[in-house]
Ligand binder design. Structure first.
Ligand code: CTP
Ligand code: CA
Length: 215
């Protein structure tokens, strides 16, 4: 099971808060998994590309819709990959009609509240043997470099693997190529060479496959 794309949180019937995820790495993961013979469910948040051949797609828009779809389907999955960029915050109130300039509801500020952490919920509820994979786009800062932040996130989230993107200086978003490091909860960090997203997906699935129980 794979989530991909980026969620949108409505402000009014025509506007939303969103993010820059193209969904292409998640699509590549779905395509490669299906080609390797897996039964794939793709929870797709706001991606217009056609679903990869042989993949069952569940279309969602908001973080809450994505959460419902994942929670409903994840218990039956051998592997759960959260490649979607999930909104961390949503507007506290959603206007039922379009917000107009100069109208009585003209917002001075948008009040936000936290969304549920889907990955944390999936980790808590996971069945024995299920491999759970998170994604993280990080930048280095005064508190530490990209891998330091990523290691802390892997531990905090309780995932088996964390696929880390270095997004310093506008890298990655919307590009055809990707360059990631796969962090494992055993402490190892496996850098995958910069490559097309299908090749990166193959490297990620190789790392996942090594974690699957032998049947
Ligand atoms: N994620 C999620 N639900 C959320 C936010 C994030 O399931 N509400 C998942 C993402 O799909 C990703 C992983 O958690 O696989 C890490 O996302 P990230 O945004 O890096 O982590 P956050 O805990 O939101 O931390 P940050 O404050 O750095 O954004
Ligand atoms: Ca986040």
């Amino acid at each position: 099971m794979i989530s991909a794309g980026g969620t949108r949180e409505a402000l009014d019937p025509v506007r939303y808060l969103g993010n820059r995820s193209s969904g292409r790495q998640g699509w590549a993961l779905a395509r490669v998994a299906a080609a390797r013979g897996a039964d794939v469910v793709l929870v797709a948040a706001n991606v217009t590309d056609p679903a990869p051949f042989g993949v069952r797609t569940v279309v969602v828009e908001s973080a809450e819709e994505l959460r419902s779809a994942m929670v409903a389907e994840a218990p039956g999955a051998d592997v759960v990959v959260m490649a979607a960029a999930v909104a961390d915050f949503r507007p506290v109130s959603v206007a039922g009609t379009k917000l107009k300039k100069g109208g009585p509801a003209e917002p001075a500020a948008v009040e936000l509240s936290r969304t549920a952490d889907v990955l944390a919920e999936l980790v808590t509820a996971r069945p024995a043997g299920q491999v759970v994979v998170g994604f993280a786009a990080e930048t280095g800062d005064a508190e530490g470099d990209v891998l330091t932040h990523a290691r802390a996130k892997l531990a905090r989230k309780g995932v088996d693997l964390l696929v880390v993107n270095d997004v310093s200086a506008g890298r990655v978003f919307g590009r055809e190529e990707n360059e990631v490091t796969v962090l494992s909860d055993d402490g190892t960090a496996t850098p995958l060479p910069a490559a097309r997203k299908d090749d990166v997906a193959a490297g990620i699935w190789d790392a996942v496959t090594r974690r699957l129980p032998v049947t």
